[in-house]
Design a protein around this ligand. Structure first.
Ligand code: SF4
Length: 156
């Protein structure tokens, strides 16, 4: 199989859930239960970190959405670090990169870290609060029909 052929048994996975130290504080959210579940189902994990892909370094300042991710995607909101820097473009590039990987590899599913302003699926951070709703990457993937499952991370 070449890299451009659809992979029926593969899914995009937040890289930090697979043990990569790519969180804003250069730690990981390695999740043994997820790893075992994917292995048992013979699903290949394709690791991806939207924020690193968007050009943000590791470690990096934490950031929050200023509005629901759907609104930010539509240009009606930003992503801002706790230091006040507007990092919307980097987050948007990270989300677009995730979508590009899914489309190029034919991935229809993603397993993403909850509460992240990028990867959160049912919960994310808006203005310093954990709220219901997706992060920017999950919102964009769902817009394009990719099934996103939230994973808490750090389970044995
Ligand atoms: S939650 Fe997503 S953006 Fe944050 S470190 Fe993990 S993979 Fe990267």
């Amino acid at each position: 199989m070449t890299n451009d052929q659809p992979r029926k048994d593969a899914a995009l996975v937040s890289a930090c859930l697979l043990g990569r130290e790519c969180t804003y504080k250069a730690s990981h959210n390695g999740d043994g239960e997820l790893t075992r579940t994917l292995a048992a189902a013979e699903i290949e994990a394709v690791p991806f970190c939207p924020e690193e892909h968007g050009g943000l370094g590791t470690p990096r300042p934490p950031a929050d959405l200023t509005a629901a991710a759907e609104d930010v995607l539509d240009g009606d909101g930003q992503v801002v670090t706790h230091d006040g820097e507007d990092v919307t473009l980097a987050f948007a590039q990270g989300a677009a990169g995730a979508l590009e990987v899914c489309q190029r590899l034919g991935l229809k599913r993603a397993f993403l870290k909850e509460r992240s302003p990028s990867c959160g699926c049912t919960t994310t951070h808006v203005r310093g609060e954990v709220v219901e709703g997706p992060g920017l990457t999950a919102a964009l993937l769902r817009r394009h029909g990719i099934e996103c499952t939230g994973v808490e991370g750090r389970r044995d």
